[in-house]
Design a protein around this ligand. Structure first.
Ligand SMILES: CC(=O)SCCNC(=O)CCNC(=O)[C@H](O)C(C)(C)COP(=O)(O)OP(=O)(O)OC[C@H]1O[C@@H](n2cnc3c(N)ncnc32)[C@H](O)[C@@H]1OP(=O)(O)O
Ligand SMILES: CC(=O)C(=O)O
Length: 543
């Protein structure tokens, strides 16, 4: 069966930038455009030239891409010709091969927002589209509020899109601007537009996620015959966002009937870069990636419940709708109070610890994890703490050194020059096989420099300063991330600290500490990280 072509149009750099709190720089726009192009997106909308300096500058850089680079703007304003409209001129001067212009199709908006007659609005749309075609641009008309407009006045809504199509627009894109439409409305209205004379091969869909149906609405439009989908990476966009291309792309490639019926520009090979593309955008936005995101989230293939993990180990398809590697994601079998022995054995074998089914140590480890989680610990992500605990129960954890005591002091004051200073000082006494050792660390930081070192850093520096015979092994350990949560351990509120570490081989590991005192919780996690490193790197307890 020959597949029909479906076109993907990305508006991350325009509607995505309409997300509250999102403002891309020009280099960031270039980076995102390159990622989209690498995936195989057909159209990359770069922004609205002339609307703000960043968008104008981005278009001036004339980014090279295989995708059709597209400028966004609005139809000409009433009372002037397309040639004389300076807002439209800025869009045209960007000199892109394609131009997408938004125009009104809802009678209420023509009256309320524009304050012109319906006839004037239709004429403005026609004249603007004709102008774009005359200038040799691939012309797209974003039919704003189309689904609401069709409900309010179907004849007028159809008149506007038919006028744009008759004037030569290549694509008429039906927009659910306020995001309130449901799949059935979208399906039936799209069918009505096709019946009125615009072929599906010239119809696109642009949806918003205000009822969490943006993806479903896009698919409904495709089911009805539309052949272009507009959306954004990670579903960024005005208010609740746009249709999420990060979800739509794998659905179109992997799910029926779409996979058999349609061809898209994204190949199965490029699909393997989707998780990376999604995380890169979050990285640029300095956002924590959404764990529950479909297909690309860190938890999208995390099998926490014991029954699930048991079956997953026999055949992953028992609890996975697709193979995570197809979209560049990973399967995780976390340890937690929902776990059974199957999760445990998988997690142990990932740590290189082979334990036979039925070994009584498995029950002991599981019970300890469940007890500790009840106290506030969490082993979902703190895989190194899990491993240390398991090794202890298996009799495979040597004790290298003991910490007899530590003391940490922080002081905030003004120095002689009147500058605010924060000083942290730590002393740690450890019992090494060779005897007792006391190390200290003192840091005077100028708070005006916004330095982030404090008591935890002082403790860390004191602890790792001189561990005698083990020093060579722990020298390259770096602290890379620090997360704090207040949680309920038993009946008391306690602090849970999770710390990520890295060594010079690039290996990363995380540990957890819990205490009523944040510094003490941190200390526990620091200590565990060093123990894990010593265990993993084959330290031998010195005589
Ligand atoms: C549905 C969407 O998301 S479309 C994308 C929306 N994106 C943006 O608005 C971001 C970029 N926009 C901007 O930077 C500015 O709005 C500009 C530069 C385009 C215009 O700025 P200003 O001239 O100051 O106008 P302002 O933003 O206050 O209002 C928009 C004007 O455009 C008019 N307008 C709105 N839509 C259209 C249209 N499709 N065709 C013609 N005129 C329109 C409005 O009636 C209003 O005119 P008025 O001031 O005479 O009432
Ligand atoms: C054009 C557009 O972004 C909208 O109607 O939602």
């Amino acid at each position: 069966m020959t597949k029909e072509r479906l076109y993907l149009y990305d508006t991350t750099l325009r509607d995505g930038q309409q997300t509250q709190g999102v403002q891309f720089s020009t280099p960031e726009k270039a980076q995102i455009a390159a990622v989209l192009d690498g995936l195989g997106i057909d159209y990359v909308e770069g922004g609205w030239p002339g609307a703000n300096p960043t968008d104008s500058e981005f278009f001036e850089t004339k980014p090279k891409m295989a995708a059709t680079f597209t400028a966004f703007g609005m139809t000409k304003r009433a009372g002037m010709s397309a040639e004389n409209d300076d807002v439209l001129a800025a869009v045209m001067n960007a000199d892109t091969p394609a131009v997408c212009l938004v125009g009104k199709t809802h009678d209420f908006h023509v009256d309320t927002a524009l304050g012109i007659t319906l006839e004037e609005n239709t004429a403005n749309i026609s004249k603007t589209m004709e102008y774009l075609v005359l200038k040799g641009r691939e012309t797209l008309f974003d039919a704003e509020h189309f689904f609401d407009g069709y409900k309010s006045n179907p004849d007028y809504a159809l008149e506007t899109v038919l006028a744009a199509y008759a004037a030569g627009a290549r694509w008429i894109v039906l927009c659910d601007t306020n995001g309130g439409a449901l799949p059935r409305d979208v399906y039936e209205t799209t069918k009505a537009v096709i019946a009125a004379g615009i072929p599906g091969t010239h119809l696109g869909i642009h949806t918003h996620n205000d009822t969490e149906h943006a993806v479903a609405n896009s698919l409904a439009a495709v089911d009805a015959g539309a052949r272009q989908i507009q959306g954004t990476l990670n579903g960024l966009g005005e208010r609740c966002g746009n249709a999420n291309l990060t979800t739509l792309i794998p659905t179109l490639l992997l799910k029926e009937p779409y996979a058999s019926k349609y061809e898209i520009g994204v190949s199965l090979e490029a699909l393997q870069g989707l998780t990376r593309a999604s995380r890169l955008l979050d990285d640029i936005l300095n956002r924590v990636p959404m764990k529950q995101a479909a297909y690309v989230g860190a938890s999208a293939f995390a099998h926490k419940a014991g029954l699930h993990a048991s079956a997953i180990l026999k055949d992953p398809s028992t609890y996975e709708h697709v193979d995570p590697s197809v979209i560049g994601n990973e399967r995780i079998i976390p340890m937690s109070n929902q776990a059974g022995q199957s999760n445990l054995r998988k997690r142990l074998s990932d740590a290189g610890l082979r334990v036979e089914k039925g070994d009584p140590a498995l029950g002991r480890i599981l019970n300890r994890i469940k007890d500790r989680e009840a106290e506030g610990y969490s082993y979902d992500t703190a895989q190194a703490s899990f491993e240390v605990l398991a090794r202890q129960e298996l009799g495979m954890a040597e004790s290298f050194f003991d910490v007899e005591r530590y003391r940490v002091i922080s002081e905030r004051r003004r120095n002689a020059r009147g500058h605010l200073v924060v000083e942290s000082e730590a002393v740690v006494t450890v019992q090494l096989p060779s005897g007792r050792k006391m190390t200290s660390y003192f840091k005077n930081e100028d708070a005006t420099e916004m330095n982030d070192e404090g008591p935890v850093n002082a403790l860390w520096q004191a602890l790792r300063q001189d561990l005698g015979p083990y020093q060579d092994i722990i020298n390259d350990v770096r602290l890379v991330d620090f997360k704090v949560r207040i949680t309920n351990g038993g009946t008391e509120a306690v602090t849970r600290v999770i710390i990520d570490f890295e060594d010079e081989t690039g290996r990363r590991w995380a540990t957890v500490g819990v205490s009523a005192n944040i510094v003490d919780a941190s200390f526990e996690a620091l200590l565990e990280a060093l123990n894990w490193k010593l265990l993993r790197d084959g330290a031998v307890r010195a005589a």
